[in-house]
Design a protein around this ligand. Sequence first.
Ligand SMILES: *Cc1c(COP(=O)(O)O)cnc(C)c1O
Length: 394
Amino acid sequence: MDKIIYLDNAATTKTAPQVVEAMLPYFSEKYGNASSIYQLGAESKQALTKARDIIAESLHADPAEIYFTAGGSEADNWALIAAAEGYEAKGKHIITSKIEHHAILHTCQYLEKKGYEITYIDTDENGIIKLEDLKTAIRQDTILISVMFANNEIGTVQPIAEIGEIAKENGILFHTDAVQAYGHVPINVETLHIDMLSASGHKFNGPKGVGFLYIRKGVKVRSFIHGGAQERHRRAGTENVPGIVGLGAAAQLALAQMKKRMENVSRLRDYLIGRIEKEIPHCRLNGDRIKRLPNNVNFSFRFIEGESLLIMLDMKGICASSGSACTSGSLDPSHVLLAIGLEHEIAHGSLRLTLSEENTMEEIDYVVDAIKEVVNRLRQMSPLYEDFVKTEQK
Ligand SMILES: *Cc1c(COP(=O)(O)O)cnc(C)c1O
């Protein structure tokens, strides 16, 4: 196979051709500033309104509750900082989980420096947060619970309805980082009692650098970017009209195809998981087998280094990802893999494959054969594996 097999859709997705097509006129002939009153500006404004309506409807929210941002990280930063500042009179305690994205964790660290107290809830060995721990963590001065909808590394889908219920009963705001979930699984902010929700275009076949934050009416919202009157005075700056048009088009497409995609992609996922478990010894599926995103596969292979695996897969045209140290730019393996209780050595040998509708069964077969061969080859070179085999033979 000389074409690329792309299995890193949790890192980013291909912008759908229909989305690019919808965006193009807003770079060229329809370049008006949406704040201008002449026709050219009004056309941009209408395009923003349409995108906002599509997204609001997809969540069962009101268009006035959608704020466009420059992606998921900005939405996460905004949600946490706005809640912290808006509700500090009530308290300075925030609850989150140990497996959040760095956009949440590093914002929490920033808030800790500003005098906020953060409780980081544990997960079980499958990466589902412990609801009992959440309940006991709640205090008089707790102002916010922020738990991700679905995890970007191990694909676990959290008990969002239960968390929303707990937050509501206790009069605490509930934010969810839904960057991996939005456009992939159904989300209803009403039934799930979500007060704030972050999403990002490039994770669901939209463009990079654009996303949104849903903020329920009645929640105190502080401005995040100061300047002009855009986004109801909360997020200044001339709107990214082509990006927002693309975001809306991607949301519409994702929604229309969600059911079919969930079925097709989860079938590929389960086939991939089944073959790896059957054919490669000493591996572990990370994340929950059932409560899992339709497109996520994450394995640890003992006695190997994730980055060696990635490099050798790349030579075979396969794009994948790992939770091992080098890829994260630090010495420690992924905080998510450590939080679910993996030993360092095992976490280092992890591989994340995140699929899309475009992958085929033929590709999956090719990928499993490639992983088998590479894992075998790396183990043959591993002193740890050699020791292991010797002790096995005794
Ligand atoms: C990708 C991702 C983000 C960051 O989104 P950007 O648009 O890349 O800033 C935040 N949270 C999760 C769970 C993600 O997967």
